[in-house]
Design a protein around this ligand. Structure first.
Ligand code: TYD
Length: 212
């Protein structure tokens, strides 16, 4: 089934657990568009704007002094600015936008912190506030593998332990429960190039782009 075009441009979102390889796969898809002569706008959440910086500060210091509701409001404020300043103008100009994380992360992560997932979704899907993506590619990985990858890749990753894995298990359950029509699950184990090829096929089939 082909997805209906929702905006002038195309909006593709990558979601997945920490360590699922999202950022790498975003770049591979961007390269595939580039080979086809199509420029994309590549962006991410949390952003590098004021709210995004605040979120990273919290992530570095720990969540001790902040409630889940406050944390969620930071993500939503960051997204509002991101949509207004980057995503919507690009879509209105007919561009392909590739975004590393979006509000499905809020449902999965802040939901794992105990907030009501239906309520998070409601706040993020209020008509005309945040555009619904044409396609969400969810990179499906086991929490243990994600934690291993973080340890391998990041400085300070050795500190990533059991607690993180337990949290990611809850996050994964929340992602697994998503069955939106625009949501495609891709097994993110194995060879990077094979996964990239699978994603290119999905984008070709669902959105009609002539990518290779
Ligand atoms: P991200 O920058 O994607 O981390 P990385 O690419 O280094 O894995 O995301 C940072 C963290 O923010 C990640 O653990 C997920 C979390 N997050 C939320 O909890 N809620 C949200 O709405 C978003 C966008 C991210």
């Amino acid at each position: 089934m082909k997805l209906k075009r929702l905006t002038e441009g195309f909006f593709i979102v990558f979601e997945g657990l920490d360590g699922s390889g999202k950022t790498t796969q975003c770049k591979c898809l961007r390269d595939a568009f580039r080979r086809a002569g199509i420029d994309t706008v590549f962006t991410r959440e949390p952003t590098d704007g004021p709210w995004g910086r605040k979120i990273r500060e919290i992530a570095a210091k720990g969540r001790d002094n902040i409630t889940p509701d406050e944390e969620m409001s930071f993500f939503v404020n960051d997204r509002r600015q991101h949509v207004d300043e980057v995503i919507r103008p690009a879509l209105d100009a007919g561009k392909v936008v590739i975004c590393d994380r979006y509000y499905y992360s809020t449902i999965a992560y802040q939901g794992a912190l105990g907030l009501d997932r239906a309520e998070i979704r409601r706040q993020n899907e209020v008509i005309n506030v945040f555009p619904k993506p044409d396609l969400v590619i969810y990179l499906d990985i086991e929490p243990r593998r994600g934690v291993e990858r973080i340890r391998e890749q990041r400085e300070g990753g050795a500190n990533v332990g059991y607690e993180k894995e337990e949290f990611l298990k809850k996050v994964k359950e929340n992602f697994d429960a998503m069955d939106d029509y625009n949501f495609v699950k891709v097994k993110a184990v194995g060879n990077r190039d094979d996964i990239a090829e699978t994603i290119v096929e999905i984008v070709r089939d669902r959105l009609g782009f002539d990518l290779h």
